[in-house]
Design a protein around this ligand. Structure first.
Ligand code: HDE
Length: 703
């Protein structure tokens, strides 16, 4: 056995020349840290309030000796650190949250007693958390995925959580299938990948065996799942709920959020590249918008309908794989949500917020949707294991902002210190203990009859009609994106029989779609279609289901990137910048060096981003103002070539000066109606408000 020389044990190892063991004068020991920031600082203490004299060094037997177990300061600090993480959400782990308010603009007094829906003009504080579903907490913001859209309203009558998604339908009809669905979509358990992607065998295997998921599959293959910004997505409560009025009568209701900025998505190649450029793309976008005072805003709308109306629908509204077309039951806008405050602390608020669909207030009640019924159990249960205690509602972000009192007591991490002798109800010993009230929560009166069974209702059997309606309601561009997304995803599936089974389902949805996907996958024969449990109905197209139809003719909330180089013309840059900011866009100057460029007139222009780290995928439209000299230099830079090539490939408007035209030529980029002269600012602004859809067929082969 070789002996290691432990001279450090002696404690007498020579000091470095000129250094001193005294931490005040030893930079490595942190003695200079105290000079970093001025001002009055509170004393640094342990959790027990003991002031620290040294937060840079642990307690050692001698300067090079072992650390002593006695060091309670080190142990307290490290122990707390070791326990900083809590279990991440099993789904919806990755998210962005913000505070805001809800303002009612039209009363629903006729339908509900819920004060939040009856008092016009009243503002209710809220916390909103928008998430992806499949990836872990550290995954990227832009995978193809549904976005969770959860809102906690702190009403005067208790907390109401509306825990929805950015898609109005769901994959499954019964809660008992949820663990299977999620296990199928998450990373495959033997290999631990892919992270946050549906494009793998287990997901499509499960889907191909679950025909009820076909409607949601159409939605997730659309560009709804690759949004440009969380400020540009819709939100849906998905299930039918009930509103209950003073007389105890109930009306069914579906809840909807519609973004003020309109809908806007990326294109798939762009979403993939954003993931490599800025993993926090959506979180940063929301943070920057709120910081700049551009508060994200949504309209709140309801669809109200009676049991009699529901009986006449050609589908069952209790089936979460179905939506109620706007054309059948119109939307009634009743309020707005504004997100105006970023959380102080991500963990305390966005991570610890606990949503439960079971959190409703008097006047709002549940329907029998079997998915919703399962969720009423699941969320409370998950909070117990995630937050570790039945007292999770005492965490500030979860606590109601109205008075609340009951006789629940004790438990892990109890913060309250009730002083009374009694902890039960009723009692005669306390004059001011909480009592029930007739104004409290009443469930809607509903008669239930029938036999207990494990059976799927016959009215849930139609799995294809609304999938077909969705596909046929899309513009030709959007249909091509859906078909291409299916080809992309299924091309990642290793098992041929799964690819074939999926194309079989598509045959029920739309023959042309099945053919396009089969061709894209290189099939030489059309696979058989599975037996459909119910005949496919022809439903009227619903244009409201499009994204393109719901884009707004605006640059509000969008971003323009101006690529500049030494020798650029300052006037041209200023002109574009002014035109874009005048219509609400944000503008960034991109230069080869972050220090900026020397303009033609010799003045310096600072850059907001360095070219290599700020590619055009981060912008909705670009301008290239670089002069001939700049073009010569940038034509040799792959980042500059990619900048213009990607902007063109992602169907964006491009404004160019003469140098810009030279760079486009070097990059082999075509020139169409979306490529405009930088002098024509109006043409650029008009083109920047949309995508150049017609260009797409010239830049990629779509299915
Ligand atoms: Fe969830 N879901 N879910 N879900 N869900 C969770 O709760 C669950 C479903 C949704 O920002 C979990 O706190 C079951 C539909 C959102 O914190 C968990 C079923 C819809 C969020 C859970 C569903 C949603 C969750 C994981 C089938 C749209 C994030 C962590 C019956 C209407 C909320 C947590 C946040 C989160 C269970 C289906 C939306 C495990 C059992 C349908 C937005 O409890």
């Amino acid at each position: 056995m070789s002996k290691v020389k432990t001279s450090s044990n002696s404690g007498k190892r020579k000091q470095e020349k000129g250094s001193s063991p005294n931490r005040e004068s030893h930079p490595a020991a942190g003695g200079e840290l105290h000079q970093i920031a001025g001002g009055e600082h509170p004393t640094l203490t342990t959790n027990q309030g003991v002031a620290l004299s040294d937060n840079q060094n642990s307690l050692k037997a001698n300067p090079l000796g072992p650390t002593l177990l006695e060091d309670f300061i080190l142990r307290e600090k490290i122990t707390h650190f070791d326990h900083e993480r809590i279990p991440e959400r099993i789904v919806h782990a990755r998210a962005t949250g913000a505070h805001g308010y809800f303002e009612l603009t039209a009363s629903l007094k006729k339908y509900t007693t819920a004060r939040i829906l009856t008092e016009v003009g009243e503002k209710t504080p809220l916390f909103t958390r928008i998430s992806t579903v499949a990836g872990g907490a550290g995954s990227v913001d832009t995978p193809r995925d549904i976005r969770g859209f959860a809102v906690k309203f702190y009403t005067k009558e208790g907390n109401w959580d509306l825990v929805g998604n950015n898609i109005p339908v769901f994959f499954i009809q019964d809660a008992i299938k949820f663990p299977d669905l999620i296990h199928a979509v998450k990373m495959e358990p033997d290999r631990g990948f892919p992270q946050s992607a549906t494009a793998h065998d287990t997901f499509w295997d499960f889907i191909s065996l679950t025909p009820e998921s076909m409607h949601t599959v159409m939605w997730i293959m659309s560009d709804r799942t690759i949004p440009r910004s969380l400020r540009m997505i819709e939100g849906f409560g998905v299930h039918s709920f009930r509103l209950v009025n003073k007389a105890g009568e109930s009306t069914f209701v579906k809840f909807h959020w519609r973004p003020k900025l309109g809908l806007q998505s990326t294109v798939w190649d762009e979403a993939v590249k954003i993931a490599g450029t800025d993993q926090d793309y959506h979180r940063r976008d929301m943070f920057e918008a709120i910081a700049a005072g551009n508060f994200p805003e949504w309209e709140f709308a309801v669809q109200l309908f009676t049991q009699e109306q529901a009986d006449s629908f050609p589908f069952d509204h209790l089936d979460a794989t179905k939506l109620i077309p706007e054309e059948l039951v119109p939307f009634k806008v009743i309020g707005r949500m504004v997100l105006d405050r970023w959380p102080d602390n991500f963990f305390a608020e966005t991570e610890q917020v606990a949503f439960c669909p079971s959190h409703v207030v008097p006047g709002i009640d549940f329907s029998n949707d079997p998915l919703l019924q399962g969720r009423l159990f699941s969320y409370l249960d998950t909070q117990l294991s995630r937050l570790g205690s039945a007292n999770f509602q005492q965490i500030p972000v979860n606590a109601p902002k109205c008075p609340f009192a009951n006789q629940q007591r004790d438990g892990h991490m109890q913060m309250a210190q009730p002083a009374s002798r009694v902890a039960y109800e009723p009692n005669t010993l306390s004059e001011n203990s909480p009592r029930e009230t007739p104004k409290g929560f009443h469930s809607a009166t509903v008669t239930e009859t029938g036999e207990k069974s494990r059976i799927r209702a016959e009215s849930f059997a139609d799995h294809y009609s609304q999938a077909r309606q969705f596909y046929l309601s899309q513009s030709a561009y959007e249909q091509a994106h859906i078909a291409s997304a299916l080809v992309f995803e299924l091309s990642k599936v290793e098992h041929l029989h799964i690819r074939e089974a999926m194309v079989g389902h598509l045959r029920h949805i739309e023959k042309d779609l099945a053919q396009r996907v089969a061709a894209g996958l290189g099939f030489d024969r059309m696979p058989d279609a599975p037996r459909a449990a119910a005949p496919v109905r022809e439903m009227d197209p619903s244009p409201a289901l499009q994204i393109i139809g719901k884009m707004k003719d605006t640059l509000m909330g969008r971003a323009i990137g101006i690529l500049v180089a030494d020798g650029s013309g300052g006037a041209a840059i200023r002109k574009i910048k002014k035109a874009a900011t005048n219509v609400g866009a944000s503008v960034k100057i991109i230069a080869p060096r972050v220090g900026g460029v020397k303009l033609a007139d010799g003045s310096m222009l600072a850059a907001d981003g360095q070219l290599a780290g700020t590619p055009s995928v981060l912008f909705d439209a670009i301008a290239v103002i670089i002069s001939e000299k700049g073009a010569k230099a940038l034509s040799m830079e792959s980042a500059a070539i990619d900048f213009v090539r990607d902007a063109y490939g992602h169907l964006k408007a491009i404004a160019i000066d003469q140098g810009g035209r030279t760079l486009l030529n070097s990059a082999n980029v075509g020139q169409d109606a979306g490529v405009v002269d930088a002098d024509d600012k109006d043409a650029f602004i008009a083109a920047a408000k949309t995508r150049q859809w017609e260009r797409e067929k010239s830049v990629r082969t779509l299915a």
